[in-house]
Design a protein around this ligand. Sequence first.
Ligand code: GLN
Length: 492
Amino acid sequence: MTDLHRLSIREMAEGLKSAQFSSRELTQHYLDRIAKLDDRVNSYVTVTPEYALAQADAADNLLKNGTAGTLAGVPLAHKDIFCTQGIKTSAGSKMLDNFISPYDATVVAKAKAAGLVTLGKVNMDEFAMGSTSESSFYGATKNPWNLEHVPGGSSGGSAAVVAADLAPFATGTDTGGSIRQPASFCGLTGLKPTYGRVSRFGMIAFASSLDQGGPMARSAEDCAFLMNTIAGHDAKDSTSINKEVDDYVANLNATAVKGLRIGIPKQYFNVQGLDAEVKARVEESLKTLENMGAILVEIDLNMTEAYVPTYYLIAPAEASSNLSRYDGVRYGYRCENPKDILDLHKRSRSEAFGAEVQRRILIGTYALSAGYYDAYYVKAQKVRRLIQQDFLTAFENVDVIAAPSAPTTAYKIGANLSPTEMYLGDIYTLAVNLAGLPAINAPVGFDKDSLPVGLQLIGNYWSESQLLSIVHQYQQNTDWHTKRAAIAEENV
Ligand code: GLN
């Protein structure tokens, strides 16, 4: 079978259960596609064929004796930020180019326990800092829709593997948009869960109060299957919440779109730099939802201007603290012939961290330094609270909030945006992380250059089921999520 990669996750799981194909065949099919096509996309940092085929055989045994779980034998790819026992975990950095994790992240362990097959680890911006995947030590990943464009970031590899059909779905992480923005740039569905819903244990830390893992896939239904596997309380993550997990698949039709109140923040649609075509596609998708019975309500989110400065203080501050562990002694890269311990720290960090990571460490260390702590960090924390309050007030009147996921479609590789231009591109995603809310990206069309546009829906706390359900029903009424990039259409 040459077109197994066209199946949805549900169809894959059913095909495996009814023995139309084995997990070994399905896994080999993806490994063949990766071998043939990934040179052009540069999405995998590490492909694990033997490991994958051994997992596939184990899943086939379970499938044969009727003890397999729902997703047993279905392949996936992990962002290279999730620790994988015995397999390199680089976080896209030279610093961890030699790091073989001694344990599995909880997300990885849960995927394993469910019988999912790991195809490999995928590329990302270094330590998840960026919006293009160009800051990776392993080179830029290409956008499958146009190989001269970026796939977005930081989970650019996760988006590219799915959009090129080099994996049926993938894990990603989102600290300030890194699931939603690449999903938007690559025409995919991606869910950033409520902070605390998915365990951060074994997920290499960027900004711990903002980091959250989640699924990236073609459809809300595919995301729901992965959420059912990875969500849940974990005693190994002190910020994980002990709250019952929904059955996201069973709930796919549970939210009524008829009568659903969707908030349209005035401030969001007047942002300078919002591309006219992005705006038009998002508005068309809202019209579709309105035709399905939703009620569009104009709302105010008055703190919009504070999102970028607040995030770009808090995230670097936490990063500078988290990344202090890479000292050339305990983990990763160590410089040659250090003169003394200070030289060892200095040169190891200077030689192994890229420019963006160094910039964040400098900004963060400055913001946390004794004389500036109150003026920057403490103030940013106070503004963070106001941003959260702004959302809570809005949710008194609406069920979900609509926004673009990004002001533009995918940039050209090498566009060389200045750091501030790049940071401004995160305007629509950052507040969700600052407030700890869940949000989803859904593909809603293309611009004139055939690059995908995404709609973001932001929900109240623990509304993952609702967000997936709304997008699922939208996807029953539209076919944007079924469109495939030319490279995905290639058979090998
Ligand atoms: N682009 C944002 C940043 O560079 C968000 C990254 C992320 O979500 N990991 O910080």
